[in-house]
Design a protein around this ligand. Structure first.
Ligand code: UD1
Length: 317
C-alpha cells in the first residue's frame, strides 16, 4: 500500500481520484480549503481518508500535507479562466503560490513523485491543431499563465532539486460531481444543470468553438500512470482524447440523450476565450501508456445519469 496526497481532493477531479485510489486499496490524505471544493464530494469516503483542511498558500499547511506521503497529486486550484480575469491576484495565490509551497514541501518530505494538474490553456489561441507539447506556449488569460507558471516550477524543481515531477495538461474535463453552480463552472456542467432544471443553456458566441472534452476517469488514469511511469521526470503531457466537438455538437448530443431539444440562448462570446482546442495524445500514449478508456458519448451518458440522480436527491444545486 502506498500513500497518496490529493490536494484539492474535495474538488471534482480530486474527489474522483480519491475514489479510485481507495478502490485500489491505497492510503489517501486529502488537503482542501473548501474554497472551490465541496464537502459533499467527500461524504461517502470520509471514514476512509485523512482530511487536512487548510490553505496550501500557507507554507506550514503545505508541509503538514506533504509529510510522509509517497505521491503528491496536486489538483488544488481555482480552475477558471473568467474568474482569473476578474480577480487575478486570488487565482495567482491559489494556483502559483500554493503550487510552489507544495513543491518545496514535497521536495523536503522526500516524495517519490509529484504530479501536477496543468492545463491545455497553456497553448492559448495558437492556430495549430492538434496541440502538441513541443509547440510554443501562448497563455492568453491570467488562469493560463498561473497554470503554466506551476508547470515551469515543476520542471525546475526536477532539474535543480531532483524532485521527480510530471505535469499533465488537462483538456476540458467533465463528468459526475463537476460543480455547475458557479457562473465559472465548466460548460458541460452548466448545460446539464440548465437542462435538468428546465432552463435554456447559455451559449457564449456562435457555438462553433470546439473542445477536446475529456471524461474525468481518463484523467484519473493518467494521474495514476504518471506516478508509476519510468523516465518521465520533468516532462509535460497532454491528457485529452484526440477528438474535438463544438458546443453545438455537444448540445445536439445532450438533446438526444435527454430526449428533448435544449433550445439554447446565444449571447456574446467570452473575453479571453480560445476558439478551438484538441490534444495530440501521442506523447502520453508512448511514455505513460495512456489510452482513452471512456469516450465522449459514454462519458456524456454517465454524466447525464449522475445529474439526473442528483436532481432527484439533494442535487448538485
Ligand atoms: C479552459 C481550459 C481548460 C481549463 C479550464 C478551467 C482552454 C482551451 N481550456 O477551459 O484546460 O481546465 O479552462 O476552467 O483554454 N461556455 C458557454 N456557456 C457556458 C459556459 C461556457 O458557451 O455556460 C463556453 C465558453 O465561452 C467556452 C466554452 O464554453 O467557449 C468552454 O468553456 P469552459 O467550460 O469554461 O472551459 P474553457 O474556458 O474552454
Amino acid at each position: 500500500m502506498a500513500s497518496y496526497l490529493v490536494t484539492g481532493g474535495a474538488g471534482f477531479i480530486g474527489s474522483t481520484l480519491v475514489r479510485r485510489l481507495l478502490d485500489q486499496g491505497e492510503r489517501v490524505r486529502v488537503a482542501d480549503d473548501f474554497s472551490t471544493g465541496r464537502r459533499a464530494n467527500l461524504t461517502e469516503v470520509l471514514g476512509r481518508i485523512e482530511l487536512l483542511e487548510g490553505d496550501l498558500a500557507d507554507e506550514a499547511v503545505a508541509r503538514r500535507a506533504a509529510a510522509g506521503v509517497d505521491y503528491v497529486l496536486h489538483q488544488a486550484a481555482i480552475p477558471s479562466v473568467p474568474r482569473s480575469i476578474e480577480d487575478p491576484v486570488t487565482s495567482n495565490r491559489a494556483n502559483v503560490t500554493a503550487t510552489l509551497n507544495m513543491l518545496v514541501a514535497a521536495r523536503d518530505a522526500g516524495a517519490k513523485r509529484f504530479v501536477y494538474a496543468s492545463s491545455s490553456s497553456a497553448y492559448g489561441d495558437s492556430e495549430t491543431l492538434p496541440k502538441v507539447e513541443t509547440q510554443p506556449d501562448n497563455p492568453i488569460s491570467p488562469y493560463a499563465l498561473t497554470k503554466l507558471a506551476g508547470e515551469k516550477y515543476a520542471v525546475i524543481f526536477h532539474r535543480i532539486y531532483g524532485l521527480s515531477t510530471v505535469s499533465l495538461r488537462y483538456f476540458n474535463v467533465f463528468g459526475p460531481r463537476q460543480d455547475p453552480n458557479s457562473p465559472y463552472s465548466g460548460v458541460i456542467s452548466r448545460f446539464m444543470s440548465a437542462a435538468v432544471k428546465g432552463r435554456r443553456p447559455i451559449v457564449q458566441g456562435d457555438g462553433e468553438q470546439s473542445r477536446d472534452f475529456t471524461f474525468v476517469e481518463n484523467v484519473v488514469s493518467a494521474n495514476l500512470l504518471a506516478c508509476q511511469a519510468e523516465g518521465v521526470s520533468g516532462m509535460v503531457f497532454n491528457v485529452g482524447t484526440g477528438e474535438r466537438h463544438t458546443l453545438n455538437d455537444l448540445l445536439g448530443a445532450l438533446s438526444t440523450l435527454l430526449g428533448r431539444d435544449l433550445d439554447p440562448e446565444y449571447v456574446a462570446p467570452r473575453p479571453g476565450d480560445v476558439r478551438h482546442s484538441l490534444a495530440d495524445i501521442g506523447r502520453a500514449r508512448q511514455h505513460l501508456r495512456y489510452e482513452v478508456k471512456v469516450g465522449f458519448q459514454e462519458g456524456l451518458r454517465r454524466t447525464v445519469a449522475w445529474f439526473r440522480e442528483s436532481a432527484e436527491g439533494d442535487g448538485p444545486g
